[in-house]
Design a protein around this ligand. Sequence first.
Ligand code: AGP
Length: 690
Amino acid sequence: MCGIFAYLNYLVEKDRRYIINTLLTGLSRLEYRGYDSLAVNGDKENEFLIFREVGKVAALRAKIESQSTLDMNKKFLSHTSMAHTRWATHGQPCEKNSHPHRSDPNNEFIVVHNGIITNYKELRTILEKNGYLFESDTDTECIAKLAKYIWDNHAKGSKPTFTTLVKAVCKELEGAFAIIVKSTHFPDEVIATRRGSPLLIGVKTQKKLKVDFVDVEFGGAEAPAAVAQPKGNSLLAPINPSHPPMQRSQSRAFLSDDGMPQPIEYFLASDPSAIVEHTKRVLYLEDGDIAHIDEGELHIHRLRRDDNMSTMRQIQTLEMELAEIMKGSFDHFMQKEIYEQPESVVNTMRGRVNFDTRTVTLGGLSTYLATIRRCRRIVFVACGTSYHSCIATRAIFEELTEIPISVELASDFLDRKTPIFRDDVCVFVSQSGETADTILALRYCLERGALCVGITNTVGSSISRETHCGVHINAGPEIGVASTKAYTSQFIALVMMALQLSEDRISKTERRNAIIDDLCRLPQVIKETLALDNELKQLSRESLVKQASLLIMGRGYQNATCLEGALKIKELSYMHSEGILAGELKHGPLALIDENMPVILIMTKDSLYPKVQSALQQVTARKGHPIIICNTNDSNIPDKYRTIRVPQLVDCLQGLITVIPLQLLSYHIAVARGVNVDFPRNLAKSVTVE
Ligand code: AGP
């Protein structure tokens, strides 16, 4: 997800330095979302200056400050400016792909965008056929080009208003977006609109606003529907000039007592963290709202009345402080990220899994599929939680592809100088894409001619750039050092890879269909599991918080869950914990079991259930009293055992659900122990040193 921010001052004189600083500060509040660029008005009439830089806000600030010709003392009584921090989904992180994107070299229309336009390829094809040449690889650029196309296709004298034009553009867009548009044709105006991505408007005035709401305005020119077979080569039927232009009512909210527009500043942003330090008076746009700011007045338009939606937008007062807002209503980033998983797993699968046709398409691998299918073996290389996601999916990879699989810890892989050959495929899994051990392993494999695949959450990271191909897990930024949503998204990305590799095996069709059907259920099933949170909080405080150690046992698909759960407990609560393969109990670990040793046993319904039952008997025979993670519908568990009951999924996906109680338990134990949940001692989010 990206961050967008805009600042407008009207009858409030500000110099360029203040404006740029306001934009940069706004970006820094959204920085966890990616990296940066901004656009401000130039010195000439209708001129926009655009600055872009790959990297953090500090790099953009340095670039702007190095512009010797830029008069930072120039004052503007009224001015509009916008900025963007990019979490790349389409196109590598580089200057040409940074926002704002423009319609043409004269910046007639410039756009910053948060979201994904899913039909951008079709739009781009039509626009290119009509002579609109693209500069970037992004989906966003088609918005700016489409605006210019519509503008150009209306004769002088029948040009649409800014609002009507943007309405016509939005009619053509599919997917999720929040956009802010500026135009040299409407120099001191801004349009902001959203569909599926957040966007809010902060309002700052010297005098108290007359009312604390804005009426929504309806009607006006019906933005033309896309014409399936457009007349000639027009993308759209021209906007019917007989329709009266959008009626603009007087926004009572923004007038001073004498009925004149009052000095005012507006702050538009993806989330309140970028606004709260300027003003706490904010208005949240709803999907389909088109906000038009002109001459200090804010007008909100909609095409048609929506009976389920208010006809007013309340100007609210933010209660939380900045430090809190970044985490939303959560106490920690890690907690927020655990709760984001119903959405993050959807983002990982978005545009890749077609649940109707039961097909999987990972665009980043398409040209390498044949090579991977023919390879001698697949070697997974990763660290920590990313390593566990490889362990979790090894069995389904072997079953679906029938290719030998090995899973390596990057550091040990390098220590052993593991033999690697040209007909090997090496898959490097890394949330940050910057883990030193994993990068060194990647370079080791590149030198030996193997095909290298990257599975990362950070486009533009070293691993995503240095591998031959790969998959972006699209989990969104993960701030908490303890990885949670990245684990489940990596898990899904690897399952999707196995599904796509095996799509040519008829014998695997039934199995693949069952897995894809359960991927479709996943968001709801995760939500149901998150509902156990209070029960788990109580369990952690009653039975676990004071323990010195905790053993987590399972086998088969749940082995990875045990390893990952133990890592979460260790790194968050500093309590010793160990993931134990239940089949290994008799070979030593059983000696640890007595009435004082806490044990969690994962016993979900799959082919190994009877063997895990045997492990349960071994533990209880030594006076152990394990907590059992089992399926909701399992009636075989004697009432004397404490259970954590989770919904059942197909065996190879069940680990996506059984890990959630362990994420939550580790969180609550850490909170109860008073440790720094988001930044545990001695640890870093990305281990960029060996
Ligand atoms: C997981 O909770 C840890 N933060 C750590 O094990 C992490 O998974 C490991 O350092 C690998 O990081 P990466 O995924 O960014 O490569």
